[in-house]
Design a protein around this ligand. Structure first.
Ligand SMILES: NC(=O)c1ccc[n+]([C@@H]2O[C@H](COP(=O)([O-])OP(=O)(O)OC[C@H]3O[C@@H](n4cnc5c(N)ncnc54)[C@H](O)[C@@H]3O)[C@@H](O)[C@H]2O)c1
Length: 381
């Protein structure tokens, strides 16, 4: 181990509605034990996720209001503020979500102060990086939660019940978008006994949907495969045709859960107001994509609105609704990434490593992430 220990700082998240924390005590223990790092935590950093200061102190972290000052590594959930970045040591490294398109002033600040920044959402989806894949771990939480909200808000049973007082048919749940969140929503709704069907534009999704016990909705449309196992954006004509073909399936559903996304693009509009209006009164719609443009017309992040007797619930930071376990999973993702950055007790990110190269946004005064660099150039640098 080097003489000077690397100081890792965990801030108290300051953004509205964020209840998670980047490192939970168990992950702190892993880093101080394995990588020999020193961890400093801001007071109350884990409070909203159910982790008190004493729990951090017990695993050897220092709890201090000065946690960020001269720290070499900041690990956060949401992007740091430019003020937080200023407090770090020269050449410090940051790890957090970093939606660069929405955070250009921060990207400039990170670049111009020579900070190295890594964006959790840019970690490549390759097998070696699965343990660092926060998109997956948090989407899993959101999918589970979406199914439970649907079950709780729907004014009827999910399961089939055969009783002396009569037979209750199962609720019909339709899931649109069967990636990580969608598959978890399907599995959860199935465990509650609902009859579940699902649709996705990727060809591979049909088998994945069936493997978790749902019917795949076959539409007479070609698949839309992009690169890296992701979907591609549909042209206007195909999107309209998809809506048309899905309309009867939506109308027949008691609960609709939408999770569709295309990387780097606003969420596709899958369900129009007319399609919602055609659902039975009392039906529920859970739009997990509400924050990124919405799969359902009219869905508003963080709100449950009534559209002609149908409740349309728009997700907003849904993983934060299970803050303790979402944090624990995220913390494991972060701790695994940190271990990749630390060589012999010193911070030495090898940017020729595929994982680090993929998620590095700024380094040594440059923006390394090409789409962000192009965006900045368009905005005047
Ligand atoms: N480490 C890995 O190898 C790894 C990890 C996680 C996910 N993956 C893969 O990445 C892919 C995407 O997963 P994700 O959950 O991050 O996806 P995502 O959040 O980007 O999108 C959610 C789903 O929406 C679907 N979608 C997009 N446009 C649609 C439309 N118009 N209509 C219906 N559905 C639409 C996508 O195909 C995707 O399944 C999957 O193939 C998944 O298996 C790989």
């Amino acid at each position: 181990m080097s003489a000077v220990q690397v100081v890792v700082a965990v801030p108290r998240e300051t953004r509205e509605h964020e209840r998670r924390v980047a490192l939970v005590p168990a992950a702190v223990g892993k880093l101080t034990g394995l990588a020999g790092l020193q961890v400093r935590v801001e007071p109350g950093a884990g409070a909203a996720a159910g982790f008190d200061d004493a729990g951090y102190a017990k695993v050897g972290a220092t709890v201090s209001g000065e946690a960020l000052d001269e720290a070499q590594l900041l690990v956060g959930v949401q992007p740091p503020t430019p003020e937080q970045v200023k407090r770090l040591a020269e050449g410090a490294v940051t790890i957090s979500y970093l939606p660069t398109g929405a955070e250009l002033p921060l990207v400039r600040a990170l670049r111009d102060t020579g900070r190295t920044s890594f964006a959790m959402e840019l970690v490549p989806r390759i097998s070696r990086a699965q343990g660092m894949d926060a998109l997956s771990s948090q989407a899993m939480v959101a999918g589970y939660r979406a199914a439970l909200i649907a079950a709780e808000r729907l004014p009827r049973f999910f399961p089939l019940l055969m009783t002396a007082a009569g037979t209750v048919p199962p609720a019909r749940v339709l899931v649109l978008g069967a990636g990580v969140a969608g598959l978890q929503a399907i599995a959860t709704a199935r465990r509650l006994g609902a009859l579940v069907s699902a649709y996705d534009v990727r060809a591979a999704a049909a088998e994945e949907v069936r493997s978790v016990g749902a019917d795949f909705v076959e539409l007479d449309l070609p698949p839309l495969e992009g690169t890296g196992g992701y979907a591609r954006e549909a042209g206007a004509e195909r999107a309209a045709r998809q809506r048309e073909l899905l309309a009867p399936h939506v109308a027949a559903a008691d609960a609709l859960i939408t999770t569709a996304a295309v990387p780097g693009r606003p969420a596709p509009l899958l369900v129009t107001e007319e399609m919602v209006a055609a659902m039975k009164p009392g039906s529920v719609v859970i739009d997990l994509a509400a924050e990124s443009g919405g799969n359902v017309a009219g869905a508003r992040p963080g709100e449950a609105i009534d559209v002609g007797g149908v409740m349309v619930w728009g997700g907003r930071n849904v993983p934060s609704q299970l803050p303790g376990q979402a944090s624990a999973l995220y913390a494991t993702n972060v701790a695994n990434l940190v271990q990749l950055l630390v060589v012999d007790g010193a911070l030495a990110p090898d940017l020729s490593d595929e994982v680090l190269a993929g998620c590095c946004v700024t380094h040594a005064g440059e923006v390394r992430h090409a789409p962000t660099r192009e965006l900045l150039e368009k905005e005047g640098g």
